[in-house]
Design a protein around this ligand. Structure first.
Ligand code: PLP
Length: 377
């Protein structure tokens, strides 16, 4: 049987074997509720604390600045709604048109109670216009600036997320959140160097388990709890702690961070191989985004249908994506490609190939030959 080639790592990744092994005892043997006072809960409690420390050290935060959530969507919702409800007199959120729907729809939801959203312009590569951002901030109105660190469709890494911009945002009494779901574990992420107050991450994007993530909340930042109930996560996020997944996430993240440079170099070499092969075969294509995440290739074949390419590749055993994988039911042109003003014909012929640490040069070779076969038919 032909090998299946998974090249949609921006949608989700394969669970790391060490992360999986580290999870098992917390499901089978030491399954106690970490919030109970008896001795059977001592080990889960310790594991929770160790995982929090590990994760904090991976992003240069303190352990008490890490709050476990169910993933990126929850972290984004909490950051946006939690900062607004902590300071409801300020009724403006500033964001970009290329954010993930977890951010865009959280802002939309708040619009039903009178919160306005201002969208900052992006250039043709998806970079934020810093001047536009600076002129959008209003001291009395703006509560939050939320900008993604790396885009999930075109891979662009946002270079305006830095302390100088953060200082300006803070001088105007607003907070700074970044959706770093695609960045954490793939590029170095340091909350001090970014200058952010809040940061969202999700384990299944860095070879951790699904359904677990975290929100970094800088010490002293006032955020309203999103889920009410028990006293877990220092009264901020109720619900029995998912110890196995939290441990799995910490093992996966630590492993990814230890090899972050090597992984990025490897991913870049896979990406270069595909680009060079396509060029040598005289295939015409356009690459979207710039300063991209390692391994993420948003590539347009004008005149072709991305949807058709996806299905033909699928029949050949290769999984890629058209637009955002979290939005596969929507066949409209993606809001990201629209925001970077890609013409309709080019946008429609766009696929996203997101390579991961489990992909090989042979995988890329196979993707190349399959693509050429489809494009030349
Ligand atoms: N933010 C970004 C940039 C993403 O790419 C995704 C998922 O693709 C999410 C948020 C949502 O994360 P999760 O799937 O963990 O809810």
């Amino acid at each position: 049987m032909r090998k299946h080639i998974y090249a949609d790592n921006a949608a989700t990744t394969k669970l790391d074997k060490d992360a999986f092994d580290a999870m098992i005892p917390w499901l089978t043997e030491y399954y106690g509720n970490a919030s109970q006072p008896y001795s059977f809960s001592r080990d889960p409690k310790r594991a929770l604390s160790e995982a929090r420390k590990t994760i904090a050290s991976c992003i240069n935060a303190s352990p008490d600045e890490i709050y476990f959530t169910s993933g990126g969507t929850e972290s984004d919702n909490w950051a946006i709604k939690g900062t607004f409800f902590a300071n409801p007199s300020k009724k403006q959120i500033i964001t970009s048109p290329i954010e993930h729907h977890a951010v865009l729809n959280s802002c939309k939801e708040l619009s039903t109670i009178g919160v306005s959203t201002q969208y900052i312009n992006v250039d043709s590569n998806g970079h934020i216009d810093s001047d536009d951002l600076i002129s959008a901030i209003e001291s009395e109105k703006s509560s939050l600036v939320t900008l993604m660190l790396a885009n999930n469709e075109i891979g662009t890494i946002q270079n305006c997320i830095r302390p100088q911009i953060a200082r300006f945002i803070h001088q105007h009494g607003a907070l700074f959140h970044t959706d770093a779901v695609q960045a954490v574990g793939h590029i170095p992420v340091d909350v001090e160097k970014l200058g952010v107050d809040l940061l969202s991450a999700s384990a299944h994007k860095f070879n951790g388990p699904k359904g677990i993530g975290f929100l970094y909340i800088k010490k002293g930042v006032n955020v309203h709890p999103l889920l009410n109930g028990g006293a877990q996560e220092r009264n901020m996020r109720a619900g029995t702690e998912n110890i196995a997944s939290i441990v799995g996430m910490s093992v996966a993240l630590q492993k990814q961070c230890e090899r972050i440079v090597q992984n990025a170099l490897y991913m870049d070499s896979l990406k270069k191989q595909l680009i060079n092969q396509l060029k040598a075969a005289k295939i015409s294509f356009i690459l979207n985004g710039s300063d991209c995440l390692p391994g993420l290739i948003s590539i347009s074949f004008p005149g072709f249908e991305g949807e058709t390419l996806l299905h033909r590749l699928d029949l050949m055993g290769i999984s890629v994506s058209t637009g955002s994988a979290c939005d596969s039911t929507n066949t409209e042109i993606s809001h990201v490609l629209e925001a970077i003003k890609l013409d309709k014909r080019t946008a429609k012929g766009t696929i996203r190939i997101s390579l991961g640490i489990n992909n090989t040069y042979d995988d890329v070779d196979c993707i190349f030959h399959s693509l050429v076969k489809i494009l030349e038919e």
